[in-house]
Design a protein around this ligand. Structure first.
Ligand SMILES: Cc1cc2nc3c(=O)[nH]c(=O)nc-3n(C[C@H](O)[C@H](O)[C@H](O)COP(=O)(O)OP(=O)(O)OC[C@H]3O[C@@H](n4cnc5c(N)ncnc54)[C@H](O)[C@@H]3O)c2cc1C
Length: 410
């Protein structure tokens, strides 16, 4: 009977459990979870803050999931080392677990720059875990002034969760626009205006450099008073367990298309892994929920002796703030087709006869069609691209491609 060990208990881990069980119904599965709770849907922590969902609804699977999957969950335990020769994992309490196949699903951790005076700030948080959301909730009241450092997805999601619950939410970022790694300047400006209309304040092209108690000293020379500080500057993949044993690590743990690392018997998946990016042809950390699940599933199948390749990952985002939805995927290179109104923007990027990327804000079309074209590298010459530009419709595809891409239903 095979012994499978999974380090980490997020979306990638759930994918790995389900991948293993799709092939091997009897091997033992042990999941090591630093967080002291079953897997939950991380993006929902801001919805919890906002009061849009309850704690009992944010679990990724039902209450009996681990017993139904015959997986043992070790909660509140941390893996501190791997011995790849002996095939064992050491835990922080001294226990040593043997494995035949191991999957590292350790996600990422918030990066906190060494700001001068940060230690003088009494109420400071990052925003990656349910525990951080619960801590923030305890620290705020209706009079709180919240300063968020970082106008990326995590900072803005936290800001959305808090707006309306506190007196003010100010977001600062050294970048000159919001969501700078996802949106280009025009699209970011549209989103920023929408966020401001809902009460957020922004200090862009400026950021805190020093703190003294409840005062932030900004690069521009201005000062900002606050009661609660949220640091959402960026994240770093948790790779040290693999780099510690000499495995190949770049920005993430380098994996092949089967999600195998460079160390025999060890796989990796999710935000900690650097896998194949179908839109650029290179390797990249693709830190989004669907990729974490699909990578985990492929890892699990391969760990159990099956065969699954994950080579269709692309950078993509689907996010909404106060009802304004933004979707983006791929790279923004090549020729641009654009449609825009006061409240919406659509941009399609084409190069070398392929759709390379898109941004849609405030639009309701079926972006999945564009995403499939990027993933599957569908030549523009094989579709009615003039029709597709105006509307994401399957009618633009010849019947054979329609069947291949979307199944028999369309
Ligand atoms: C606020 C927020 C909003 C987001 N919104 C979206 C969104 O709208 N759409 C989207 O696609 N993605 C979103 N994401 C990103 C998404 O949540 C991640 O891509 C996804 O959770 C990655 O899953 P994972 O399993 O790789 O890692 P994680 O979910 O981070 O799980 C990793 C787990 O491993 C544990 N761990 C780490 N090291 C060890 C160790 N040594 N021993 C034991 N356990 C360990 C960690 O404690 C953690 O519980 C959001 C993230 C955040 C924080």
């Amino acid at each position: 009977m095979s012994r499978y060990v999974i380090i980490g208990n997020g979306t990638a881990s759930v994918g790995a459990i389900e991948g293993i069980r799709s092939v091997d119904k009897t091997g033992s599965i042990t999941v090591i979870s630093e967080e002291d709770r079953p897997a939950y849907c991380r993006p929902l922590i801001s919805y919890y803050l906002e009061g849009k969902t309850k704690l009992e609804n944010i679990g990724m699977r039902g209450a009996d999931y681990y017993s139904d999957s015959a997986a043992e969950l070790l909660c509140g335990r941390k893996a501190v080392g791997i011995d790849a020769d002996r095939r064992t994992v050491a835990l922080d309490d001294g226990e040593v677990l043997p494995y035949d196949r191991l999957c590292v699903c350790t996600g990422s951790s918030p990066f906190v720059p060494p700001f001068e005076g940060l230690g003088t700030v009494e109420k400071q948080f990052t925003f990656m875990t349910l525990d951080s959301a619960l801590g923030i909730e305890k620290s705020i009241d209706a009079a709180s002034r919240v300063l968020i450092v970082g106008a990326g997805l995590i900072g803005l999601k936290c800001a959305e969760g808090l707006t309306g619950r506190v007196a003010s939410v100010t977001v600062c970022d050294l970048a000159d626009r919001v969501l700078s790694s996802i949106l280009d300047a025009d699209c970011a400006a549209l989103m920023q205006r929408h966020l401001e209309e809902h009460g957020m304040e922004f200090l862009l092209g400026d950021s805190a450099v020093r703190f003294d108690g409840n005062t932030a000293y900004m690069r521009s020379g201005r000062t900002v008073g606050f009661d609660v500080l949220i640091l959402a500057v960026g994240v770093r993949a948790n790779t040290s367990l693999i780099s510690g044993i000499g495995g190949e690590v770049n920005r993430g743990i380098v994996v092949d298309e089967r999600m195998a690392t460079s160390v025999d018997g060890i796989f990796a998946a999710g935000d900690c892994a650097e896998g194949f990016d179908a839109s650029s042809g290179g390797k990249r950390v693709l830190a989004i929920l669907p990729n974490a699940y699909m990578q985990g599933h492929a890892a699990g199948v391969n760990m159990a002796g099956g065969s699954e390749v994950f080579d269709k990952g692309i950078p993509m985002n689907s996010i909404g703030f106060f009802g304004l939805h933004a979707m983006s995927a791929g790279v923004y290179e090549g020729e641009m087709y654009e449609e825009r109104t006061d409240t919406s923007i659509k941009r399609l990027f084409t190069k070398d006869g392929l759709l390379k990327g898109f941004i849609l804000i405030g639009r309701s079309e079926r972006a999945g069609i564009y995403t499939s074209m990027i993933r599957e590298k569908i030549p523009l010459s094989s579709v009615d691209f003039e029709l597709l530009k105006r509307s994401a419709t399957t009618a633009a595809f010849p019947p054979e491609s329609r069947r291949k891409m979307f199944g028999g239903a369309v």
